[in-house]
Design a protein around this ligand. Structure first.
Ligand SMILES: C[S@@+](CC[C@H](N)C(=O)[O-])C[C@H]1O[C@@H](n2cnc3c(N)ncnc32)[C@H](O)[C@@H]1O
Length: 268
């Protein structure tokens, strides 16, 4: 087996990730050494990966990690694979240049939002909640690996396990937001990700409604709410926020020009 065979088996993007992981190859190595023979022990590992890959297991589950905001996060099946687009949510929260002392991340998954905000906002404490034990376990592994001491993770069905006396300056969430209709058309590899991390109810808005409608119990006066949204939710989510009395509602686009985040401020 030679280097170029890997790209044929796994495609260019996933093949490059494997070559980076197993051989420390960057993009120029891949071009310059395309005919290089792969050492036997690495070839065996690649064939093992391919067995899983052929049954539609996403490459990030096979490699057990995903880079997010410049840091490697441990990952395993049963927990949503972090998406690059979620970095836009982080960037826009940091651009607010606010001193958030308490942050709540609803649906923390692998912990990418909680841990990244904790590491970027050293004076904050971030509480991440999730209903999935597996997500909480992975979040705690990432907290330890990345030495994020100012965050903690709690099992909770949205706000259910939180004390109403505890108020936050920012509630952030990348909730499940795929509609019933769009769930049917998911790519086979995306179908390997947990349904509970993807499905947002018939119209994809269930979690936004629940989070927004009870936010006033947990937000400090003039506190912020920041969501990742689906490409077609740039009107519906702001409408929900507006109806609930939120102010300064802004919709932020991703690099493909799709609506991707909404940030708003409590009207109280
Ligand atoms: C779209 S994923 C986001 C994960 C992670 N924050 C990220 O951006 O990669 C949504 C997360 O919400 C969690 N979740 C689903 N239902 C929930 C509920 N009722 N309460 C809390 N978390 C929930 C899922 O387990 C999943 O980890």
């Amino acid at each position: 087996m030679v280097i170029s065979d890997i790209l044929k088996m796994f495609g260019k993007v996933d093949g490059s990730l494997i070559l980076d992981e197993l051989m420390d190859f960057d993009a120029s190595d891949i071009i310059l050494k395309s005919n290089m023979r792969i050492p036997k022990e690495i070839e065996e590992k690649i064939l093992e990966f391919y067995e899983e890959y052929r049954s539609n297991t996403p490459i990030h589950y096979i490699l057990g990690k995903k880079n997010f905001y410049g840091r490697d996060f441990y990952l395993e099946e049963g927990v949503l694979i972090p998406r690059f687009e979620t970095e836009i949510l982080i960037e826009n929260i940091l651009e607010l240049k606010e001193d958030f002392s308490k942050v709540l991340d609803i649906g923390c998954g692998s912990g990418i939002i909680s841990i990244t905000l904790a590491l970027e906002l050293k004076n904050s404490h971030v509480t991440g909640v999730d209903i999935s034990d597996r997500a909480l376990r992975v979040s705690n592994i990432n907290k330890k690996n990345l030495d994020a001491t100012n965050c903690s993770f709690i099992k909770s069905d949205i706000y259910e396990a939180l004390d109403k006396n505890q108020k936050f300056d920012l509630i952030v969430s990348n909730p499940p937001y795929i509609t019933k209709e769009d769930m049917k058309a998911l790519d086979d590899r995306v179908k390997k990700e947990p349904k509970m991390a993807l499905f947002g109810g018939d119209d994809g808005l269930d979690f936004y409604r629940k989070i927004i409608n009870n936010a006033s119990d947990f937000l400090n006066p003039k506190g912020y709410i920041a969501f990742e949204i689906g490409y077609d939710q740039g009107k519906t989510v702001p409408d929900l926020l507006n109806t609930a009395g939120f102010k300064d509602i802004s919709v932020i686009k991703d690099y493909n020009g799709f609506d991707r985040c909404v940030i708003a401020r409590s009207g109280i």
